[in-house]
Design a protein around this ligand. Structure first.
Ligand SMILES: [Zn+2]
Length: 164
């Protein structure tokens, strides 16, 4: 699900770390690194964690929900474990949609983690629309480098993703 020939390596790496729950979220800090006022960079509502960032917290949730319409899949959950369970079922094989779903999940995790760190360490913040656009731009440019034989599904993806 993470490493495939069309994946974007820097995105795939962060997704791989997130799947292992090894991103250095607040709940993973050692006691001497943690301080009392640790709060989520998005909602300021307590320390963050993998399940909070992907995608229980309101801001990541907005970003994720804005992308669902671009995945050609009904009933996509918001809870990390459920998403992974579903994606393991629906991202098998080399169909264009399967590739798109994996690219979007990896890009979303990557850019939300970037946004979270920019907010914490650089005091830079972007809107959920801007973060969503960065994700779709990255996925779109990856798609532009792939070629697929025309079919109903491929044409639909082209329409949804504005591929020429
Ligand atoms: Zn939050």
């Amino acid at each position: 699900m993470v490493w495939f020939s069309q994946s974007i390596p820097r995105h795939a790496f962060i997704l791989w770390v997130a799947l292992k729950k090894r991103l250095k979220t607040h709940d993973k800090l050692r006691f001497w690194e943690a301080h009392a006022d640790l709060s989520c960079a998005f909602c300021q509502n307590g320390p963050d964690s993998h399940s909070h960032l992907f995608f229980e917290c309101p801001f990541p949730n907005l970003v994720w929900n804005g992308l669902k319409v671009k995945l050609n899949l009904n009933g996509i959950p918001d809870i990390w474990a459920d998403i992974i369970g579903m994606f393991q079922q629906v991202t098998k094989g080399k169909t264009l949609w399967s590739i798109i779903r994996r690219l979007v999940l990896a890009a979303t995790v990557y850019h939300l983690w970037q946004e979270r760190n920019n907010r914490i360490f650089k005091s830079k913040r972007r809107s959920h629309i801007a973060v969503g656009k960065t994700i779709t731009d990255d996925v779109r440019s990856r798609l532009l480098s792939l070629s697929f034989k025309s079919s109903l599904n491929v044409d639909r993806a082209r329409l949804v993703w504005n591929r020429p």
